[in-house]
Design a binder for this molecule. Structure first.
Ligand code: FES
Length: 81
């Protein structure tokens, strides 16, 4: 992880989100994961979490590998900069 200094001079640790081909969203960094009511999953101390984006996980919001069994296809790539 790297640190970025905001215009207000605050140090912020970056969070990295990787869109995995045909799979989950891998989130790495110091994040909090909340539901719509403010309830929180305990993800403290984990180096990263994988969030389901195929809709088939039995353990949402986490990926449980079900994307492989349903043949989920999604291979978006970021535009060239
Ligand atoms: S992305 Fe892995 S189960 Fe949905």
């Amino acid at each position: 992880m790297s640190e970025t200094i905001t215009p207000a001079g605050e140090a912020v640790t970056e969070v990295k989100i990787t869109v995995r081909p045909n799979g989950s969203l891998r989130v790495e960094g110091p994040v909090r994961l909340l539901d719509a009511n403010g309830g929180e999953w305990n993800v403290a101390g984990k180096p990263g979490i994988s969030l389901c984006r195929c809709g088939a996980s039995a353990n949402k919001p986490f990926c449980d590998g079900a994307h492989k069994t349903i043949g989920f296809e999604s291979t978006e790539t970021a535009p060239a900069q």
